[in-house]
Design a protein around this ligand. Structure first.
Ligand code: SF4
Ligand code: SF4
Length: 368
């Protein structure tokens, strides 16, 4: 059977995919409901998957509802993508220890390659991971911790069959269909999955599953689900040209949004492409050992704008400008594309109900 082409896996056989991944030495993570949201957590049994769960997301609101659907992947996303698996919110980069003779020994933690398989990764989050790869692995310096974690990752992507009210991945060109970036690509139907392997690792796994030939009607159903999901997306991010937002720094909309923004940084914490961080040293009380820590930072925080002894972004307006102009405009010079993949998280998790797309449209003069 050619597993590089779409085949069919019955719903009752899905457990075999999970078992196969564990048997191949992966820790398997999959979507589950935790504290009212979808999160990736350790997955052993299909019963842990969010059966018949769908999400509603609007500016400042995220909620789940239970339906009678047999589906496990009928939701858009949760508060975190797969970023924390490769770029943890807090990690030790190195340690330094004072020796008895007064010299200092530097120790870099040994980089393990943890084998982790993530089931049910959405297209927008795969696109975000691609951007993180560019940042951490394809610049002048390769981040060894990120590279090790990334190397051990096996990704099972799934087409979205439901878009939340906050999603706009179609307008950024990043979804809702899995086209690349996954080892295995799935599309869920009522009774099972259309499944194909996109990499040799995926191929080796699918060879061991009881796959069936996919019917033309099943492929047509997948296509129609994707089209429906696109139709559900009510938000559309305008195309921003490089330098376009930079030239709009005097637009009155920045004052308007700065009045509403709390500078809490939630938007940057949930964004799957944000990579800003700060580093600090933690000393033990005896002064013999220090740990050099890296933690996620936000362009909305005080410390982020504290450069060369002065505060370069003293209030909310320049901080909001930094977030949006970097993400949508300057990023194009740095990475060849915008830094937004249309997941909508920054809008859903904003306590001030700020709608990212609406702000962009107001700035660029597009009607809402
Ligand atoms: S835009 Fe919203 S989430 Fe982001 S810092 Fe402002 S209030 Fe917080
Ligand atoms: S800017 Fe907002 S919509 Fe775009 S990738 Fe980040 S969180 Fe998602």
């Amino acid at each position: 059977m050619d597993v590089r082409r779409p085949n069919y896996l019955k719903r009752e056989d899905f457990q075999q995919l999970i078992d196969l991944l564990w048997a191949a030495g992966y820790q398997v993570l999959g979507p589950q409901v935790h504290e009212g949201a979808i999160l990736y957590a350790e997955l052993k049994r299909i019963e842990q998957l969010p059966k018949g769960i769908s999400d509603h997301q609007i500016p400042g609101r995220y909620s789940l509802e239970t339906t009678d659907s047999p589906r496990w992947f009928d939701w858009a996303n949760g508060p975190q993508a797969i970023k924390p698996l490769v770029f943890p919110s807090r990690e030790t980069l190195w340690q330094a220890r004072r020796q008895a003779d007064g010299t200092i020994e530097f120790m870099i933690p040994e980089q393990q390659v943890p084998k982790v398989a993530v089931l049910g990764v959405k297209a927008c989050d795969l696109a975000a991971l691609r951007l993180q790869d560019q940042h951490f692995m394809e610049g002048s310096y390769i981040d060894p911790g990120y590279a090790a974690k990334r190397m051990g990752l096996l990704l099972v992507g799934i087409n979205c069959s439901h878009a939340s009210e906050a999603c706009f991945c179609h307008s950024t060109g990043d979804g809702p269909e899995i086209t690349n970036g996954a080892d295995i690509a799935l599309a869920e139907l009522e009774t099972g999955f259309v499944i194909r392997a996109d990499t040799p690792a995926g191929e080796a796994l699918l060879q061991q599953l009881p796959l069936e030939r996919v019917a033309a009607e099943q492929l047509a159903q997948v296509k129609s689900q994707t089209e429906q999901t696109v139709q559900q997306q009510v938000r559309r991010l305008p195309v921003i040209q490089p330098d376009q937002l930079q030239k709009l720094r005097d637009h009155p909309q920045w004052d308007d949004v700065a009045e509403r923004c709390l500078a809490c940084g939630n938007c940057t914490m949930v964004c799957p492409t944000c990579f800003c961080h700060h580093q600090s040293d933690e000393l033990t009380l005896t002064g013999e050992l220090s740990r050099h820590q890296r933690e996620w930072d936000s362009c909305f925080g005080e410390s982020h704008g504290h450069l060369a002894g002065m505060q370069v972004r003293p209030d909310v307006k320049p901080r909001y400008q930094q977030w949006m102009i970097h993400k949508l405009d300057v990023w194009q010079h740095q990475y060849g594309r915008s830094g937004c993949v249309g997941c909508g998280r920054c809008t859903s998790w904003c306590p001030a109900e700020i709608d990212f797309v609406a702000e962009v449209r107001a700035l660029t003069g597009e009607t809402p």
